[in-house]
Design a protein around this ligand. Structure first.
Ligand code: NAD
Length: 504
């Protein structure tokens, strides 16, 4: 079974950098020891740049710059309005260059250009949102009449360590940078080693917008080297991490030595549950988009579809026909719907799951490399039906354009299937029965639930997962809570009534 529609050109953006450096204390620098690593583009799998590979010494330098900017610089002490103006200037700059950002992101990640453009615009929105939030922020004051006033003195925590993955890298970096900077923290960002290109653009954007030197620091490098050193550095009191669950577990252990604050957005295997009373056209559109957009490299992908038995055959036939018509090809072509997976290692992992799936389910679409695309990390949108809940493709995160479809008979069985995995990031429920929708939503193990919709969220809402999908929720005020300490200050208004120890 193969894909029918392919785009075969290969676009290379003008003025691609050939070396990607760290940004520390307001300067682009190489690693202290000169270490580098190769960066590939996912369409040719050729090295197009070398990036500085940060080591412990580079992290030490970056943390020292961030600490100095925090202890001695203006950023943590600025009025919220003044910081907000800088954050809006960052958003303006991102919007003004969204096309360039998108073409670089597409080149580095293999994401389809139309989707990369949407991610760049979302990155700008993250900065606008947190700019507005800090200006409007209120904190608690409690009065005990005639005796006491108690208030919350909110303080930025210090140097925030931000560690990000390679899927939608620029947008996910903004998701951490915006609240950390809005809160008055200074930061060290360690972006994913597969996709360092767009992260280096932040340096110029921040400088032009008026972020003081040392507030934003960027160290590229391998997770086990640069990432590990950042996690273990004693002057970094909190780590915000997005990535795989197993990496999150390692980081959690390593944070324990210094009792760091941690926020973890981890993997997912999210169910879309389609009941017989659903609007089937809308459910098919949405569940296709839910797993095949962003190449399926999406933490909230609806990678398991549970379908009520009475509509199962119809759903599977229509779903597979649409999946076979998805346009796969050069990520830069605006007609492309599924591009190239980020890296040959990840491609090999996804392809291995496709082969496992052939032994575990009924292949309805895809199942390998699309015809006509002989190079690059291309995988046909792949649909397996009749997948048992014990199957590996039902249980494990594949993080590619592969979906498992499973039938159910009753609401209770649907809920057991939905909850029968270790993850709990998102769930999507399709039904026109209001009572069933809310009961199911409240019972499902998921940090986020969408009723009759795919993944569209208001930035004020909590974001995060339960079980193996994460620890802590960010989003809206919760992000500001993470990057700040809420110190309680108590003032006595009346004579103090203290038990007089030693006064007889
Ligand atoms: P990953 O865990 O391999 O890497 C993420 C980051 O951690 C990278 O920057 C990496 O260099 C760094 N890292 C690796 N080992 C480290 C260590 N020992 N110490 C410190 N840092 C280390 O994840 P990935 O493959 O880049 O991203 C894909 C994963 O991210 C998927 O599981 C996906 O579901 C998850 N994800 C989750 C969300 C969410 O919000 N829940 C969002 C996007 C992606």
């Amino acid at each position: 079974m193969t894909q029918t529609s392919v785009q075969t050109t290969h676009y290379v953006p003008a003025d691609l950098p050939t070396s990607i450096r760290h940004f520390i204390g307001g300067e682009f620098v190489d690693s202290v020891g000169g270490e580098t690593f190769d960066v590939l583009d996912p369409v040719s799998n050729q090295t197009y740049a070398t990036a500085a590979a940060g080591q412990q010494a580079d992290i030490a330098r970056a943390v020292a710059a961030a600490k100095d900017a925090f202890d001695n610089g203006p950023w943590p002490r600025m009025l919220p309005r003044a910081r907000a103006r800088v954050l809006h200037a960052i958003a303006d700059a991102v919007e003004a260059q969204d096309a360039r950002l998108a073409e670089l992101e597409t080149f580095d990640t293999g994401l389809p250009i139309t989707q990369a453009l949407g991610q760049a615009q979302r990155a700008a929105e993250n900065f606008r949102f947190f700019a507005d939030l800090i200006v409007a922020q209120v904190d608690d004051t409690y009065k005990v009449p005639g005796r006491q006033i108690n208030y919350v003195n909110r303080k930025p925590v210090g140097v925030a360590g931000l560690i990000t993955p390679w899927n939608t890298p620029f947008m996910l970096e903004s998701w951490k940078l915006a609240p950390a900077l809005a809160s008055g923290c200074t930061v060290v960002l360690k972006p994913a080693e597969f996709t360092p290109l767009s992260a280096s653009l932040w340096a110029e954007i921040f400088r032009t917008a008026g972020v003081p030197d040392g507030v934003f620091n960027l160290v590229n490098g391998i997770g086990e080297e640069a990432g590990d050193a950042l996690v273990k550095h004693p002057d970094v009191p909190l780590i915000s991490f997005t990535g795989e669950t197993t990496t999150g577990q390692t980081i959690y252990r390593n944070c324990a030595a210094n009792l760091k604050g941690i926020s973890m957005e981890l993997g997912g295997k999210s169910p879309a549950v389609v009941f017989a009373d659903a609007d089937l056209d809308a459910a098919i559109d949405s569940t296709l988009f839910g797993v095949f957009s962003l190449n399926g490299e999406r933490c909230t992908a609806s990678s398991r579809i549970l379908v009520e038995r009475s509509i199962y055959d119809d759903f599977c036939a229509r779903y597979a026909a649409r999946a076979q018509s998805i346009v796969v090809g050069d990520p830069h072509d605006p007609k492309t719907e599924v591009g190239a997976l980020v890296h040959p290692d990840h491609y090999a992992k996804v392809m291995s799951y496709v082969e496992i799936g052939k032994t575990e389910g009924l292949l309805l679409a895809g199942g390998g490399r699309p015809e006509g695309l002989t190079e690059g990390n291309y995988v046909s949108p792949t649909v397996f039906a009749d997948v048992a809940p014990t199957a590996r493709i039902f249980q494990e995160e594949i993080f590619g354009p592969v979906v498992a479809i499973t039938p159910f008979e009753t609401d209770a069985e649907a809920l057991a299937l939905a909850n029968g995995v270790k993850y709990g990031l998102a769930a999507y429920i399709w039904t026109t029965n209001l009572v069933r929708a809310h009961n199911f939503a409240q019972a499902v193990d998921a940090g986020m639930v969408w009723l009759n919709s795919h993944n569209v969220r208001d930035l004020r809402t909590p974001f995060g997962g339960v079980k193996a999908s994460g620890l802590g929720h960010e989003g809206g005020y919760r992000s500001i809570d993470f990057y700040t300490d809420s110190q309680a200050v108590h003032i006595t208004l009346a004579p103090v009534h203290t038990p007089r120890f030693g006064g007889n």
